[in-house]
Design a binder for this molecule. Sequence first.
Ligand code: ME8
Length: 705
Amino acid sequence: MWNVVSNTKNPNCDSYDLTVHRSAYCARLLRFPVLLRDVCMKPAPSRSAQVTLTKVRREVDFVSMALRPFCTVATVFAKWKCLTRGQIVPKIRGLQQQAIGKLNRWTSNPTGFGRSAGPREFASANGSDCSDNGDQDVRGFFISTPIFYVNAEPHIGHLYSVALADCLHRQHSLCGLQGKLSTGTDEHGIKIQRAAKQMGRSPSDHCAAISAQFAALFQHANVAATDFVRTTEERHIRAVQHFWQTLLHGGHIYRGHYEGWYSSADEAFLTKDQVKQSGDHRNNITVSIESGQPVDWIGEDNYMFRLSEFGPRLEAWLESSPPPIRPEKFRRFALTWIREGLNDLSISRDRSRLSWGIAVPNDPTQTIYVWLDALVNYLTVTGYPASGYKKWWPCDVHVLGKDILKFHAIYWPAFLMAAGLELPRQLLVHSHWTVDGCKMSKSLGNSVNLEEELQRYTSDGMRYFLLRQGVPESDGDYYQSKITKLLHAELAGTLGGLLNRCVAKSLNPKQIFPPFDSSLFPKASTTSNVTPATDLLTSADYELITTVEALPALVQKHFENARVYRALEAIMACLHQANAFVQHKQPWKLPIMHSDAERAREAAARRDTVLHVAMETLRVCGVLLQPTVPGLAQKLLARLGTSPNTPWKELSCFDAYHGRPCPHAGQSLGPDTGLLFPRLDDVTSLHDFKKSKHSRRTEKADSQS
Ligand code: ME8
């Protein structure tokens, strides 16, 4: 049991390191119900309550962060935080009571606070682990990708969206949050119907075949999705029809007549200002200005959604804090569209024109608009409309490409508002990939065969390239020489090269994680008493320690800002520093054998200390690389003989340097399973070698038969 001692060290520090300031945290948590009661005493909503709430907000932030591993309580505060972020709503009083009750129950047994939650092991306040269908009160962390059209095979852009979402999901798991990552395929609509016809198969056979290709690709790319939804699944059809009825009963749908342009390729209705004429005078067609896709004029009776009524609320949402769309430039695009004015939206098509879709409930003559159908997938995967969906809804992050911003930033939140559901916490929008400088297109024949690429570069290589080069704000270009150069320089060279040095038998004859001699590398604050043995230390050596120690927080910050490329940049910079350190220390020049036993011992201690620092750097980088290159990171950590499952919040480094016992020093290295990331020329020659061996064998067999 902990002692509740107030005012130790820094009780106002908003660090998540619960182990350092336990008692101060505890004291602060115990004070929290008093603050909440204070708010409850005031009539809500009122000006004074608002003032108190502002004061309390900082406290709420602290408590909800500190209690995150104890989801039952944390959920309450997450909801509470959500409400206090906007205006005070009458519902708040009930929530306050609930929060106080839960907190009081919890504070009467604060010992549970010491339990640490590993990845995907999310401990609840009562000590039980929560499962997907368990306690509805327990909020999980939910990230989604778009669902992909099955009119064509997957391409590099699809893989990027999924890899980005996967690494954010993995990072949250490593931070101890139970997560859901959903992806899937969008299977309804006229273009799917046409693609199936072109291939000479039924729409359902076609969808099953292409959907399986997406699923296999994501598996080969080591994407740990927890759900793969197909819009032709029964559970999805139920969710869409329920959602439709909710909109209808809320008075948001009416029967109308739509006349205007429609782009089947984008499945989008367009105004006259959104189209232009294209081609020469003989072959003049109308196309969408935004996508360049041909459009058709349609006029039909269908169902309309009262989108025009949602402008002010959508604007308020986009102006709310924290900004619901990132990066900022995409939020501004969405605001501009809203300010230009919103028209009501046609949300069904005549079934005689579109039969491959979900029928409007109680009206078999109409098919639900494919975008309404597709967007509801985010609810389907939460179990909606069954009540357990609240465990996952609202979605924490929708990852999407810039091409579908309007559907996610305007239509989707308007639908949700109309249905009385919470809005997604964040849309993370990314830009596009071109291939060899050109937009990907079948006619240009520049689409990349992803299965071949994954084989050539490995899933880690592909993920590393996409996530290292993909900058959400701007388009990226995919070309092979760039990939090879990057992977050779950074994964094979900087990372693999450093590991090679550390595990080389010539430098590390005992094949262990070597011990650290603090007399050879005293702590920075004691360098005034440097012993003669430290004469080789430079300020750069201390800078390396500082860089590695700051790295976990820096990487975490970049992940929180969805700047994965910056996180990788920082990790690589740190590894460069470590390589320079080893290069400068030249441990290979220290004699292994010496007639003077004392000199030999000192040389060994110096060598071990250099390798220890380099291997600690590798270990920290390995842990931090797990979300982006999971296979490679596991291989690295296994070779170092350290645990691959270190949760980020338990990541401490340079224990020996700080005078703490180091759990790794002296431990045996893991088995040698070959180069960490072989250069592609090595792989190619290995392939060629295997191929030629195989063909020699085949030739021999042929000649014998
Ligand atoms: O739009 N670069 O599906 P879709 C990067 N089914 N990412 C790209 C890209 C490129 N060149 N091209 C596509 C649909 N993407 C709908 C979505 S969601 C409810 C329904 C990625 O197969 C990007 O994430 O056209 C984009 O938003 C998604 O693929 C669209 O894929």
